[in-house]
Design a protein around this ligand. Structure first.
Ligand SMILES: Nc1ncnc2c1ncn2[C@@H]1O[C@H](COP(=O)(O)OP(=O)(O)OP(=O)(O)O)[C@@H](O)[C@H]1O
Length: 911
């Protein structure tokens, strides 16, 4: 049976004498959560929860872990989750207890999914694992070559011709190769050398037997808490490719560990894996006269239980360390520092961050405040990572219906067809019922499965088209009936690298300013940049003249984008190279569009480059998008010659962008970025300008910690003189803007011109206000709806909103000019069912940065306000500042009046 629960107290480890001699045991007090009687070593079915009582009311029993599992027991702290598979039960003084058996696995924090490569790094040296996490994988030729060889391997397995595959894969990586100064010919030769061993080995297999292969496969184990992508699976057993040489008979230990992880993952899917294969691509008979040793590329080994258990214990060490937020020292394993390629880096990092390490320290530690900052943010980022892991756990903890209701999955799809693509990949078509919503968007990577994302046949796929018919591309032809959000750790990984880079590689003066040791300096030019708007003009002068940084605070509609574009032009005219960045692709494209308008004729179009994926970049910006495929020299020239490079902050953390440097970085939507998220862009430039509004949406993070405050906000408070607030808005009429101005901007926000102030619906062609019902004629209206008792939905409000939308349509407005904002996704769906599809209905988050002629807000609260409806007031600020000419608030006044801000809002709306 499988026993699972929470550690409820201190764990004692001792040695006892048994009939087999001395044995170690650990007694773990465990608050039981579930006991799965059917437990067969895997968690293929949902386990029975013992009961629904609260954590602290459940029974505590003792689970005894025997022998080597005591090593995992020593990692346990009260509060940690523990799973014991194949446990045996016995009665002791009337109490039911559990213990490990010879077939048991003990898994610490099973919902924390440890990556297979992390386990491989860890067995080499725990410190190496940590260093890799901190500094990321750099752009270097061995890494790129290794990736190419793996891709070609996958292609060969899918039946592609070798030469065709090499040519295609090298062409796809032109930009990376170009940055590394490699020619396609030289790269092809290197890949060919490695691929020859693969091909001849595959040939042998084909001659002797009918192999069943599967190329690269994403595997997740909910029992062992491991995930990874196996290079290949052959007759149910893992095959790992290594682009290196190994002349010993046996595979290297760390390679075996890696294959053993995949064996565990495959066993969970019902396999019985007794061998693993390592394929060393540099072992080839051609070298026979130079080398002695075992030259066969493929080395099989038998997958003993001892190894599998050892691997789980390693995995437990990582999970426990991550949960505790500890930093490994290298003493955990038997690392031999003197042979390690990373010894110098390791010593520098330990020295600078004042960490204990087996390799020792060199250099002086960072100042106290920087060390404190590093620790605080390291912890915060790791907390965020754990939240991502919790998202993974939901893949199996929630059932299909719950995930669909949570917008995390599209289920019950109808598989239509699979079409083979060039290179052995697949295009998969599946259908959903009209109107079903989810968080999934075109361009997203998703888990596409034939029923279950972890237990079924499932693949990572990309959404190419998302209509009622959904089109995906994937490596394998899965008969897709379900799509799940893929919780990516990429963002978290990049935050950590950005944190590392700013502190350990950052410019000293920059750090002096960031840590308050020196004030930012300015050489503001006397020149006038914007004639009709003083604040914008000052903002441009401040940005252009900033020696370190400048902050532009732009409330809604105040011309942030315009100011950014004007600043970029001024910088470019001074001969500077500029990075244009923002949190979302949409904002990057908006800013780029404005820059293009400003720069008409100032810079050649081919010196402006947009870096991003095809699905992320807006269609009209496609001509500027940097193609990654093609000829390395050409591709790299396009990037290097560009005077303006536009990319999201996430892309700024990519290996390609990290190789670039700029005179200045302009970051839009900066108030929505975490501090390390901002550094990803800012690290690439000598000076930076942050543009945003901390009275609108805060950073999007899962955990509640230091990541929720943006660098923009912190710096605005720290250096008010480095900031300029744009105070004239070009969007809302006087009546609409009044409340937001007073409540959120100290009454400083004003309409930019009399035209803006006096905007009405009647200015729009064919619109007549007279046709509207009297309660909607004012440009701000409140519609009183008692509503129903739903917590997250309100049918009555939805029905009333449908009537309101119809009234505006009757008055002559286009549907596309009307937007509806609701606080919860559930209410968004409810309203969507009532109004025509071309009316935009969404949550505030999706509306930030856009505007509409008419906005209707649904408050979805009846009687009392249990919590602030829009979570925090910044959200309501965004909602109220989207419309240009008409705003309708729909809700129950008694609920709204119970909160002072909403009460004032009500008073204003009813006036
Ligand atoms: N100095 C100016 N003179 C004339 N029009 C301007 C000026 N600045 C901005 N505008 C106009 O005001 C409108 C809003 O400007 P912009 O899109 O730059 O605002 P924003 O602050 O980026 O908006 P958001 O709050 O949605 O991010 C645009 O139509 C723009 O052309």
């Amino acid at each position: 049976m499988n026993v699972r629960g929470t550690v409820a107290g201190e764990v004692g480890v001792r040695t006892v004498s048994t009939s087999y001699g001395e044995s170690d045991l650990a007694e773990v007090p465990l608050r039981l959560e579930s006991v799965d009687e059917r437990g067969d070593g895997t968690a293929t079915g949902a386990t029975d929860r013992l009961d629904d009582s609260r954590d602290d009311e459940r029974d505590v029993t003792t689970v005894t872990l025997w022998n080597k599992w005591t090593e995992s027991a020593e990692l346990l702290e009260p509060g940690m989750e523990l799973l014991v598979t194949n446990a045996a039960a016995d009665e002791y003084r009337g109490e039911r207890r559990y213990k490990t058996t010879g077939d048991s696995y003990v898994v610490v924090e099973p919902s924390f999914l440890v990556n297979v490569t992390a386990i491989r790094n860890w067995v080499e040296c725990p410190r190496l694992y940590y260093l890799n996490k901190l500094s990321g994988v750099p752009l270097n030729y061995p890494v790129v070559k290794g990736t190419l060889v793996h891709e070609v391997f996958g292609d060969l397995l899918r039946g592609r011709d070798l030469e065709e595959s090499i040519e295609a894969r090298i062409e796809e990586r032109a930009l990376q190769l170009g940055l590394l100064g490699e020619t396609p010919e030289a790269a092809a030769e290197d890949v060919r050398e490695n691929a020859a061993a693969i091909e001849s080995w595959l040939e042998q297999g084909r001659l002797t037997e009918d192999d069943s292969w599967r190329s690269e496969q994403l595997l997740i184990s909910e029992t062992f808490g491991i995930r990874g992508r196996a290079d290949a699976v052959r007759r149910g057993a893992p095959v790992e490719l290594k682009t290196g040489k190994n002349l010993k008979k046996e595979p290297r230990f760390k390679d075996k560990v890696q294959a053993a992880c995949y064996a565990l993952l495959l066993e969970e899917r019902g396999g019985d894996v007794d061998t693993g294969t390592l394929l060393y691509t540099k072992n080839s008979a051609l070298d026979r006269n130079e080398e002695t040793g075992d030259l066969t590329p493929a080395k099989d080994f038998s997958m003993g239980n001892g190894l599998l258990k050892f691997v789980v214990r390693l995995r437990n060490e990582i999970a426990a360390m991550e949960m505790a937020g500890d930093v490994p020292t290298g003493y955990e394993g038997d690392a031999r520092c003197e042979y390690c390629f990373e010894q110098d880096t390791c010593m520098v990092v330990s020295g600078r961050l004042d960490q204990e390490s087996k390799a020792g320290q060199i250099g002086q530690a960072l100042p106290e405040e920087e060390l404190e900052y590093f620790e605080r943010f390291y912890r915060a980022i790791e907390e965020e990572r754990r939240e991502v892991h919790r998202e993974y756990a939901k893949l199996w903890e929630q059932d299909a219906r719950e995930r669909a209701d949570d917008d995390r999955a599209l289920i019950d799809l109808e598989f239509v067809e699979k079409r083979p693509l060039e290179g052995g990949r697949w295009e998969l078509h599946t259908r959903r019922e009209g109107g079903v919503t989810s968080k999934l968007r075109e361009g997203d990577l998703v888990l596409a499965s034939d029923g279950h994302p972890v237990r079924g046949n499932s693949e990572l796929a990309r959404i190419e088209r998302l209509d009622d018919e959904i089109v995906l591309t994937a490596d394998e032809p899965v008969e897709v009936t379900r799509l799940d959000v893929y919780p990516s750790e990429l963002t978290t990984d990049r935050l950590l690298v950005a944190l590392h880079d700013v502190l350990l590689k950052g410019d000293e003066r920059r750090k002096d300013v960031l840590f308050g040791r020196q004030d930012p300096a300015f050489d503001r030019p006397a020149e006038m940049f914007v004639e009709n708007n003083d604040a914008q003009d000052e903002a441009v002068r401040t940005a252009v003249g900033a020696r370190d940084l400048a902050l532009i605070h732009g409330p809604p509609g105040t011309g942030k984008t315009y100011t950014i574009a004007r600043t970029v032009r001024a910088m470019v005219e001074r001969g500077e190279r500029v990075l244009l960045s923002a949190f979302t692709n949409r904002a990057v494209d908006n800013a780029l569009e404005a820059v293009l308008e400003q720069l008409d004729g100032v810079v050649d179009a081919d010196r402006i480059v947009r870096v991003g994926s095809k699905s992320g970049v807006r269609e009209d910006m496609e001509p500027y998008r940097l193609e990654r495929a093609g000829d390395p020299a050409e591709r790299v020239a396009e990037l290097q010659n560009a005077q303006i490079v536009a990319a999201t902050t996430a892309t700024c953390g990519s290996r390609i962008m990290k190789e670039q440097s700029f005179d200045a970085a302009l970051v839009d939507e900066a108030a929505q970025l975490t501090e390390p998220g901002t550094f990803a862009a800012v690290n690439l430039a000598d000076r930076f300008v942050l543009v945003g509004d901390h009275e609108q949406l805060p950073p999007v993070v899962r955990a509640e910690n230091d990541l929720t405050e943006s660098l923009f906000e912190r710096l605005v408070e720290r250096y008010p003189d480095a900031g300029v607030m744009l105070d004239r808005q070009y969007r809302m009429n006087q009546r609409i803007q009044a409340f937001a101005s007073r409540e959120f901007y100290d009454g400083q926000l004003r309409p930019a011109t009399p035209d803006v102030a006096g905007r009405t619906l009647e200015d729009l062609e064919g619109v007549s206000r007279e046709v509207l019902p009297s309660d909607l004629r004012d440009s701000v209206a409140f519609v009183d709806v008692e509503g129903d008792d739903g917590r997250y939905t309100d049918d009555e409000e939805a029905a009333r909103i449908a009537e309101i939308v119809r009234a505006y349509e009757d008055a002559g407005l286009e549907r596309s000019e009307i937007g509806v904002i609701a606080p919860f996704r559930a209410q968004v769906s409810t309203i969507s069912n009532h109004v025509p599809t071309d009316v935009a209905v969404d949550t505030v988050d999706r509306f930030q940065g856009s505007s509409q002629e008419v906005i209707v807000v649904s408050f979805t609260a009846t009687g009392t306000l249990e919590g602030p409806i829009f979570e925090d007031y910044r959200r309501i600020n965004v909602a109220l500042t989207r419309p240009k000419r008409a705003l309708v608030l729909v809700g129950d006044p008694r609920a709204l009046e119970s909160d002072p801000v909403y009460a004032r809002m009500l008073e204003w709306a009813r006036r």
